[in-house]
Write a protein that binds this ligand. Structure first.
Ligand SMILES: NC(=O)c1ccc[n+]([C@@H]2O[C@H](COP(=O)([O-])OP(=O)(O)OC[C@H]3O[C@@H](n4cnc5c(N)ncnc54)[C@H](O)[C@@H]3O)[C@@H](O)[C@H]2O)c1
Length: 314
């Protein structure tokens, strides 16, 4: 008995890295998987059907069921055809894992509009388009009186929820994905759909771009293996996680963290409108022991690799 027996899952960007690990584990847990991957370069250029085909082949040779799909998740037609493929192949859809992503790192003062748009398009718009296509379907089913147990697992990043210099486009998209996840969770609760997000840490071509080659001594648990991310995603996709929604988790190696989002931590009040001078006079009251300058926690990836400094996160 697998935790995902009978489920149909769409996993985007599943031809490599974290998504590949998710596809293989989902299939091992009994899910039938649409393995989507455009197959482009790390920066989003190009396309190649081989990564998705190879992972679908790996699933089938391990005795599982998978179909490969090469659609671009950031295009409306691509996102819709991806969801349609799941429905046409297996007659239903239970899980969407939004994982596809690219990088175009640059300090904000050097970033081109094209670099900004390319990253926002694949991550934020891509998450929206695939999620919308699935939610239209699930809402119609629920309205027709069917029991729906839809699951959405999105992929955020510490680059967005903590912040990382050099990744204004990527971090803004990833923070947007965390907010998008919470809002979709609120909107889809009544239709039996949960939405959660992960902020993973793993050695993939994406982290090689920002951290360089990451390795661990032989014989130890490989805390940076991309396959370490999938178990949490499989759990969130399962019936056992029906009560968990709108949450953001950090996950890396044998570590799973629960994040808390933006929360007010101090306030000043007055029974009328403030003047700027009054705010200046009372700003110390607002900050008290809190720093006035933002400085993020070190992500688990930075802690593990010992890499610090600015502009080198993932
Ligand atoms: N590796 C990490 O430590 C880390 C950290 C934080 C977040 N993430 C996120 O995890 C996800 C997976 O990244 P990864 O590290 O496995 O990198 P990866 O490059 O190995 O995998 C990403 C995959 O997405 C595919 N893809 C890109 N654009 C696509 C598109 N428009 N349509 C369909 N497929 C597309 C790529 O072809 C690639 O195979 C990404 O969203 C990434 O931002 C990774």
């Amino acid at each position: 008995m697998g935790m995902l027996d009978g489920k149909v899952a769409v996993i985007t960007g599943a031809g490599r890295g974290i998504g590949r690990g998710e596809a293989l584990l989902f299939a091992a847990e009994g899910a039938r998987v649409v393995v989507n991957d455009l197959g482009g370069e790390w920066d989003g250029t190009g396309a190649d059907p081989r990564p998705a085909e190879q992972v679908a082949d790996e699933v089938r040779s391990a005795g599982g069921e998978a179909v490969a799909n090469f659609d671009d998740v950031s295009e409306e037609a691509g996102a819709e055809s991806l969801i349609r493929l799941a429905l046409e192949t297996w007659g239903h859809l239970d899980v969407v894992v939004n994982n596809a992503g690219i990088l175009r790192d640059r300090m904000v003062f050097n970033m081109s509009v094209e670099e900004w748009d390319a990253v926002i398009k694949v991550h934020l718009r891509g998450h929206f388009l695939v999620t919308r296509a699935a939610c239209v379907h699930w809402r119609e089913l629920a309205k027709a009186g069917h029991a729906v147990r839809g699951r959405i697992v999105n992929t955020s990043s510490t680059s967005g929820i903590l912040g990382n210099a050099g990744q204004a486009n990527y971090g803004a998209a990833k923070a947007g994905i965390a907010a998008f996840t919470q809002i979709v969770a609120l909107e889809m609760k009544r239709y039996g759909v949960t939405a959660n997000a992960i902020a993973p840490g793993a050695r993939t071509r994406m982290t090689e771009k920002t951290f360089g080659a990451l390795s661990l001594p032989e014989g130890q648990f490989d805390a940076l293996a991309p396959e370490n991310i999938a178990p949490l995603v499989a759990y969130l996709a399962s019936d056992q996680a029906a009560h968990i929604t709108g949450q953001v988790f950090g996950v890396q190696g044998g570590l799973i963290q629960l994040y808390q989002g933006w929360t007010p931590i101090a306030e000043i009040t007055k029974d009328a409108r403030f003047t700027p001078a009054e705010i200046a006079a009372r700003s110390g009251e607002l900050f008290r022991e809190h720093p006035t300058e933002y400085s993020p926690l070190r992500s688990p990836l930075r802690q593990l690799t010992g890499i610090g400094g600015e502009g080198d996160g993932a």
